[in-house]
Design a protein around this ligand. Sequence first.
Ligand code: PBG
Ligand code: ZN
Length: 330
Amino acid sequence: MEDEFKIFPYIRERRLRSSKAMRDLVAETAFDTSSLMLPMFIIPGKGKSQKIESMPDVIRQTADIAVSTVSRALNLGIKSFLLFGIPSAKDEMGTGAYDENGVIPDAIKKIKKEYPEALIAADVCMCEYTTHGHCGIIKNGRVDNDLTLPVLAKAAVAYAEAGADVVAPSSMMDGQVRAIRAALNDSGLKDTVIMSYSSKFASSLYGPFREAADSRPAFGDRKTYQMDYRNGRQAMREIELDISEGADIIMVKPAMFYLDLIFTARNRFNLPIAAYSVSGEYSMIKGAAMNGWINENDALMELIYSIKRAGADIMITYYAEKIADMLRQR
Ligand code: PBG
Ligand code: ZN
């Protein structure tokens, strides 16, 4: 203590915080709009956009409107998009997920036709397409892992054939990356990238998404396939397995509440790491801001920098456009 007092007049950390230029000069963390990925909810039809109650300013949109959203985002410097489909009809087996003329293949083609330079990723899961809302095929009241794999593989091939650059399996079935890689290769789609939702937790933060995608499970929950939030080592094992199965990009999801895992994964693996800042993260900030309790812009920048600081390369966020706008104004 005495020593610290002696050096105090000389050493002052506050010098490096004295002005904006000085703070910017010594800032350790930076990213640009190339790291952002914008999720979009696609509905069938034409000329329609719908509000999502629990996600103010986020919409469900038809493919033609999605094309203009992509155009606007590209102008802001956002180059990557993650598509979720909401089909006109759901069924027990989720057949809409792999319909070649379904909502996602159609949207991919329309976007790629106008903007071939836009990077399109398609979420691969069953929950938006099944009447029961689970992420896989149900047998004897349980989500059956191995019955689900071929269906996920068919969906991935349908999206890749429509022109998706990336397929993103999110159902948390064991072996999904391997099944999809094999099916893509068999179909001559050797260059399609797999971004795997490797460590995806059973999280309270998906609530608003489930309203948006109408994918709430009709019975039970997702805890038999999504991870338990008490387990960090297991998350590393999930990532390891996905890498061994052929994943090109790994993901931690959600991002907020799981920054430790992004950090650990960054230090352990050499693949690009995506972090998905999920719907609940968006809605928490938006909701508090709408009540005047926090400043939206400040909060969302603090969140996104925390995700980057933890070590994410790719950041998936519903705030992508707002962030891009803010990066421009600095
Ligand atoms: C589908 C899927 C979900 C999300 C991404 N893909 C929902 C879920 O698992 O229930 C959540 C994304 C978000 O909350 O923003 N498996
Ligand atoms: Zn799902």
